[in-house]
Each structure stands twice: as C-alpha cells, then as structure tokens.
Write a protein that binds this ligand. Structure first.
Ligand SMILES: Nc1ncnc2c1ncn2[C@@H]1O[C@H](COP(=O)(O)OP(=O)(O)OP(=O)(O)O)[C@@H](O)[C@H]1O
Ligand SMILES: [Mg+2]
Length: 314
C-alpha cells in the first residue's frame, strides 16, 4: 500500500448559481484515523467530497489529496477509493460483473474483485443482478468498489445509510480496522449518533461552513461546556456573543416567549457571566448545562433537542 495522504481543504467554496453550497471551508483529514464529516441535509457534504475527488470544480479555494489536487496524481483511483451516493450501478450487471468492470480501470484483477466482495460480506450475492439489490447491499457493493485498488485513502459518502444494525456494527469495525492499517478514512453522515462510535475526529459543517473540527473527545469536552443564559435584552446578548465568537443557539422562554434565552456552546458560566458583567448586561439566568454529544451536535448545527428555558437547568 502506498503512503496514506492527508486531505487538505483550504478556503474551499462552491456556488451553484445563487446557491452557496460551500463557503470558506478549511480543515484537514489525517491518515491513520477515521474522520466523521458531519452536517444536516443540504449542508454541503457531498459537494465538498465531490470537489475533493475532482468531480466538481471549486469556485474558491482548493481541495488537496496530499500535496496536490486528486486529478493531478498519476493514478488517482488507486490512491483514493471513493463511494459516493450509491446510485451509479448498472442494474443489469451482477455485483461481481460490476466489480470486474471497475477492477480493470484501477489495475486490479478478477480475483481481487471476488476478494473485496468477500470483505464486505457479499460473496453469496456475487451472481445476482445489482438492480435487485437492497439499499444496504448497494452500499456494501459501493464500499467493495472503493476497496478494489487497496487504496491508502477512502472517501465514503453516508456509508451507513440503509445498513441494518448488524451492518452498522460490521462497518464500524471494518472502518476502524482500515484506519489502524494507517489509511486515511473520511466518512460523511447527517447523524452524529451513526458514526459516534466509529470516528476519531469530527468535522462539522452547517450551511456550507465549518462550525467545529476536533477530535471526538474535543467535542465531548465542548458538550460539558454548554451555558444557558436568559437575558431580557436578547439583541444585546446576541451582539456580545458575536463579538466573543461564541456559538449560540436560541431557546424559547417558558410558555414560548421567543428570543430571551440562548445556549452558549464552548464557554463556561463564569466566562459568560464575566463578559456580561463587563458590558453591564442584565441576566435572569446563568447556568452550566452538561449535555451529550448528539445534543451538542444539534446545537452546533442549529437544531435544538431541548428548546425550552427554565426547567431542569443544573
Ligand atoms: N448540481 C447542483 N446544482 C445546484 N445546486 C446543488 C447542486 N449540488 C448541490 N446543490 C445544492 O448545494 C447544497 C448542498 O448540497 P449537498 O448535496 O452538498 O448537501 P449534503 O450535505 O450532502 O446533504 P445530504 O445530507 O442531504 O446528502 C444544497 O443546497 C443543494 O441543493
Ligand atoms: Mg449528501
């Protein structure tokens, strides 16, 4: 196996007409680790992965595999194995037939095609037509295709979609094993919980922009630092939060009063209290709320799991 390259995303952006799918996005994906690329539907994950793989031309910045763009490598398909949305299969071909077509393109042989089918638990379906495969079976075939060249780096777009619980556990172990071999493994998902037990690092985007990148334990630390604030002057508080660079998520007041409360992610109650005191901002509530990973993910991406102020603040 060739040396595993990092992926380097630098100021990357893509607009489709007036739709800004990705904007000013920078992050790194390191070899030997599984990185979760997370964000809600439509946040720009697939567009970013397509730019990384040279399928979409960026309108700003660049996406590199190691020291250069994907397409500038001598045999890019042998360096990065990719499985994007599981749709590009010819329905009339068998699973093995499909792999044999792709094997030829990346310099793998028929024996390797059978081998990768075995690796994804699909040997028994080798002779069946892909048109009759279930979603989970197509996902496994996509993964097998990505593995054909034994690539040192992998890009998998929502590989968990359609897998049954047993398949999810299997994929988790499989991806961990690939990373332990030193490969670079980038996996997208719109649900943190799906990949929480699989990933070492997380990159979280919202509306095409980075909101968080760290190790999984870094995200867990952030989950311990959620501070709930109730300020009667919500606009002044929002300005202060923007000044300080805090990520905030609005929470409705008791009885649905809008705009009086906010959860600040990544700042302690002491920090928030001191900052409010310094500018003379009145507070009606200031409390540390431990939360879980899923919840902090929702807050970072703008969906509240618990949208009411007042009850149970510890
Ligand atoms: N070819 C295209 N033409 C126009 N708009 C596009 C195109 N591809 C993506 N978009 C838009 O770019 C935005 C990001 O889409 P993208 O598919 O990258 O999101 P995603 O994070 O992969 O979402 P999902 O979780 O649903 O897969 C969306 O607003 C989408 O409509
Ligand atoms: Mg997508």
């Amino acid at each position: 196996m060739a040396a595993a390259p990092p992926f380097v995303i630098e100021g990357l952006g893509k607009s489709f007409g007036s739709v800004r799918a990705v904007h000013d996005l920078s992050f790194r994906v390191e070899p030997g680790r599984v990185t979760g690329f997370l964000g809600p539907n439509g946040s720009g994950k697939t567009t970013t992965l397509r730019m990384l793989l040279g399928l979409v031309r960026p309108t700003e910045g660049r996406a590199l595999v190691g020291d250069r763009p994907y397409a500038e490598h001598p045999v890019p398909g042998a360096l990065v194995g990719a499985a994007l949305e599981a749709t590009g299969f010819h329905p009339g071909r068998t699973g093995l037939g499909h792999l044999e077509v792709y094997a030829a393109q990346v310099g793998a042989d028929r024996a390797r095609a059978r081998e990768v089918l075995g690796m994804v638990g699909m040997s028994e379906a080798a002779g069946r037509k892909v048109g009759g495969y279930s979603l989970g079976m197509r996902q496994r075939l996509g993964l097998a295709t990505a593995l054909l060249a034994d690539p040192p780096a992998l890009v998998l777009d929502e590989p968990v979609n359609g897998l049954d619980p047993e398949g999810i556990v299997w994929l988790r172990q499989f991806l961990r094993h690939l990373a332990e071999q030193g490969r670079t493994v980038l996996v997208s998902s719109h649900v943190l919980g799906e990949v929480q037990h699989t990933v070492d690092d997380v990159v979280i985007i919202k509306a095409g922009q980075l909101v968080h990148a760290s190790s999984l334990s870094g995200l867990a630390e952030l989950a311990d630092q959620v501070t709930r604030v109730v300020a009667p002057d919500a606009e002044a508080f929002a300005r202060l939060a923007a000044d300080r660079g805090w990520s905030t998520h609005p929470v409705a007041g008791r009885g649905g009063t809008p705009g009086v409360g906010a959860d600040v992610v990544g700042a302690s109650a002491a920090e928030v209290g001191a900052a409010c005191f310094a500018v003379g901002l009145e507070l009606h509530q200031l409390a540390t709320r431990g939360t879980d990973l899923e919840d902090v993910f929702f807050r970072l991406t703008g969906h509240a799991a618990d949208p009411t102020v007042g009850e149970g603040a510890a």
